[in-house]
Design a protein. Structure first.
Length: 224
């Protein structure tokens, strides 16, 4: 059975074009032209991915995303003409899985969709763990010694990538590509900033030493 995609986009010509391209690629597509209807459909279940515009009538895309994330971890790719770094960070930290700016080539959008769906299908039910830290990817939950740890979407994604590569040293560039995306506009110190956030919430808060710096190379997560 082909994947079902919900397209929430108020520009009808663009929505129609994207719908036709997605159907040509074999996806099942349903459209919503405003945020309220989009949220209702997304919460109804049965979709594998949501393509979500930010500038929508009735409910903005950011508000749709925030409400959706309270109840669902369905993958979301934001579609928007707002391409500033601040807007991208806000969308990703609110729970978006990827961010595509308009105008975009349909080939790029299709590649992003394939990547997000691959990531979704590759998720294992088995938790990721190192020492007393346990991550349940499906529940989007991190526990240390039985205590829940609240992480932002980006912190969670960074920690997940470190855990999936436990005992392996990852460069800042590799972490940027894997967690922020290949087209991220910014400095590699973004990785350092989020590593500090994770250390504050995990290592410092629980008296651990799990996230290690390999000077001149990058970071690794491993047993103390």
């Amino acid at each position: 059975m082909s994947e079902r995609i919900l397209l929430v986009e108020d520009e009808e010509k663009l929505a129609r074009m994207v719908e036709l391209e997605l159907k040509y690629e074999g996806y099942q597509v349903e459209k919503a032209l405003d945020g309220r209807k989009g949220l209702e459909l997304a919460l109804s279940g049965g979709f594998d991915l949501v393509l979500l515009d930010i500038m929508l009538p009735q409910l903005s895309g950011m508000e749709v995303l925030r409400r959706l994330r309270r109840e669902s971890q369905i993958p979301v790719i934001m579609l928007t003409a707002r391409d500033s770094v601040v807007d991208k960070v806000a969308g990703l930290d609110s729970g978006a899985d990827d961010y595509v700016t308009k105008p975009f080539a349909i080939e790029e959008l299709l590649a992003r969709i394939r990547a997000v769906l691959r990531n979704k299908s590759g998720q294992s039910g088995a938790p990721l763990a190192v020492g007393p830290l346990v991550m349940d990817v499906e529940k989007h939950q991190v526990m240390v010694r039985g205590q829940s740890v609240e992480l932002t979407k980006k912190e969670f994604d960074l920690l997940r990538h470190l855990l999936e590569n436990k005992d392996r040293v990852l460069t800042r560039e590799a972490l940027l590509d894997a967690v922020w995306g290949f087209d991220f506009v910014g400095e590699t110190n973004s990785v350092d900033v989020y590593i500090r956030f994770l250390r504050s919430k995990l290592d410092d808060a629980f008296g651990l030493k799990l996230i290690h710096t390999v000077r001149g190379v990058g970071y690794v997560i491993k047993e103390e």
